[in-house]
Design a protein around this ligand. Structure first.
Ligand code: AMP
Ligand code: ZN
Ligand code: ZN
Length: 332
């Protein structure tokens, strides 16, 4: 996800390998070293391992069921394209799949990423729907950013603004496309950063929203978001995408991205993993054990949602976050 995870991060999975090292599963030359095993794999068996993990996550949390219509949110980056590739590989015979591409209107960044997303959708024969912020809200993110910079009202960070609008588009189009599930490309690192960040912010409500399934099950207007890559570390996805030849956007970061805080958590988690291999999986398993216990205890009942009085998207208050933000923006 973030830009500190440069392609060389995948290179760390090759460090320490010797020329004569063999794969754990065959007599082929090892191309990957997973320090937490430690285990070595050839290209073919590493690909198999990742595919097995993807399927196991889907099964373990019942993320995808037969015949469900799946909308995959694809940004053009390695994670969401890998999510699309794997969903298509394993579910194209049992499920209808559509890719949802959102153009926030960030020139030189999202347009380039989405070009690759479209190219892959065509190559894999997956129908796609491209939605633009400009058409949905009347503003591009570039305009919003300029307005925010000039504003005396604090509208929060541009990323939070963009994320809120994007989630509205995702849910709106997932509904319009009659999706049963909305698939995103969140990986293990994304989830752990959120878990730790919310814990350190003492934000229990957000902390409990992490995990393989997000969203309120009981509200009809809300299409459940599922994350089938949430148990695969980012550097392994990068290497997988490289091995199977998924062409993805790996250029510049979003020019508006102010992810200093998330990157601090990324660094801490990566440094812990380096010193104590296996930490990422341990922290994840710990979270997945503690979450149901906390949810069962009093006071953490599912959020009651209703329809936004303006746009009818789900919200816990009268107006949804997107409508509130847009109203402020229009005043500027
Ligand atoms: P991010 O918050 O940028 O890490 O994105 C998390 C996930 O949201 C991605 O893996 C995608 O599934 C989805 N996503 C982010 N940006 C877009 C976009 N512009 N279009 C479609 N999906 C997106
Ligand atoms: Zn092998
Ligand atoms: Zn609204």
């Amino acid at each position: 996800m973030g830009c500190e995870a440069k392609p060389e991060a995948a290179g760390t999975l090759k460090q320490g390998l010797k020329k004569h090292d063999k794969c754990l599963k065959c007599s082929g030359q090892a191309k990957v070293l997973l320090p937490y095993g430690p285990q070595k794999f050839c290209e073919k068996h590493f690909v198999e391992l990742i595919e097995k993990r993807f399927r196991k996550t889907v099964r373990r949390y019942s993320l995808i069921k037969r015949n469900e219509k799946l909308v995959v949110a694809v940004s053009g980056g390695k994670d969401s394209l890998t999510a699309l590739y794997l969903t298509n590989k394993f579910f194209r015979n049992s499920n209808k799949i559509v890719a949802l591409l959102i153009d926030e209107g960030i020139k030189g960044y999202r347009d380039k990423a989405l070009k690759l997303a479209v190219k892959n959708c065509r190559a894999w024969e997956i129908p796609y729907k491209l939605v633009k912020f400009k058409d949905e809200f009347g503003f591009t993110m570039s305009t919003i950013y300029k307005k925010m910079k000039k504003s005396v009202i604090n509208l929060g960070s541009p990323c939070a603004f963009c994320g809120t609008l994007r989630r509205t588009v995702m849910n709106r189009y997932a509904k319009r496309l009659h999706a049963d599930k909305l698939i995103t490309g969140h990986n293990l690192d994304d989830e752990l950063q959120s878990i730790l960040m919310n814990a350190c912010d003492n934000d229990l409500a957000r902390f409990l929203r992490c995990g393989p399934i997000s969203g309120v099950k009981s509200f009809e207007q809300f299409v459940q978001r599922v994350k089938p890559l949430c148990e695969i570390p980012e550097n392994e996805i990068m290497l997988y995408a490289d091995f199977v030849g998924i062409e993805h956007y790996s250029g510049y970061c979003c020019p508006f991205r102010s992810e200093a805080k998330r990157n601090a958590y990324r660094r801490i988690i990566n440094s812990l993993e380096e010193q104590y291999p296996g930490t990422k999986f341990s922290l994840w398993n710990f979270y997945m054990q503690i979450k149901p216990i906390l949810l069962k205890s009093k006071g953490f009942a599912e959020l009651t949602l209703n329809e936004c009085s303006r746009c009818s998207e789900p919200t816990a208050s009268k107006l949804c976050d997107t409508c509130r933000k847009l109203a402020l923006l229009r005043k500027l």
